[in-house]
Unconditional design. Sequence first.
Length: 295
Amino acid sequence: MKTTQIALMMGIVLMTTTGLQADTSVFGSIEQGLQVSDNGTSKIVANGTIVGAKFNTDIGTATEEASGPRVFGTISADIDPSGPNALTTRDAFVGIGTGPVSLSLGRMRNLQETISGATVGIFGEGTDLLSRNSTRNSNTAKLSFALNDDINIAASTVVDGSNGKSGMDSWEIGYSHTLFGVNLVSAYAKNNNTGTRTMLGGATTDVGPVTVGGIYERDKNSAGTSTDSLTGVASIDVGKVTLKGGYQTIEGGADSYLAEAEHSFSSAASAYVNGKHINDTSDTNVYTVGFRYSF
């Protein structure tokens, strides 16, 4: 049975057999925009239109030294009315934790997406200049340790037999540490099916009124060939407007430049306009205007 299915069944069993009243909340976001390319084409984009629910509940008694055991979980979906599949699974996992340690099973973001998103993910869904290896995987098991308020370690593996064999398809380990106001992140991963190894490191901090972040990433395949990529972003608030800029270069690939202005009407609603230039053989320019709403 797939790990994702097992995870969802575990959550249902735990909630129904123990008679627990979970702290459940619904969340989501809507992002709609009109995207125009310099070749004259245009389309409606719905990146970041998401709906989901999450729960978190205690299953034991807390002590003065540590919090009690807890069960948590998330299920969410991407919504794209214009796509071939209007509703697709985004996350679907359950977990159990006690104190600083937690174990999650199911479908979730890989650590490279989590780390790069926290470091350079200042734009919207589908627009962010994230890790080249960012993805969501089913049949994932993730173990997390919060050593203190400033140090976190996580490890995960994907086991689904996609290579025709039962076993570990990939694994990764990530680390984050806040030191003197600088948030440092790193990750190491290996895909056992392809033999590719990935190293990632990055940092984010405030320099006066400007927030800056960057990541460096290296993929090395089984033949020993390496591909490097570098991503940098910056943002500054000017009244209710946030100005953002980003750059990403991939060895042997394209350079991407991204600029955006986002006007906040409230903590939940905003409008934006952005432009992206892809420096390759086609030198493509793409412009998008739209709105974002989250709840």
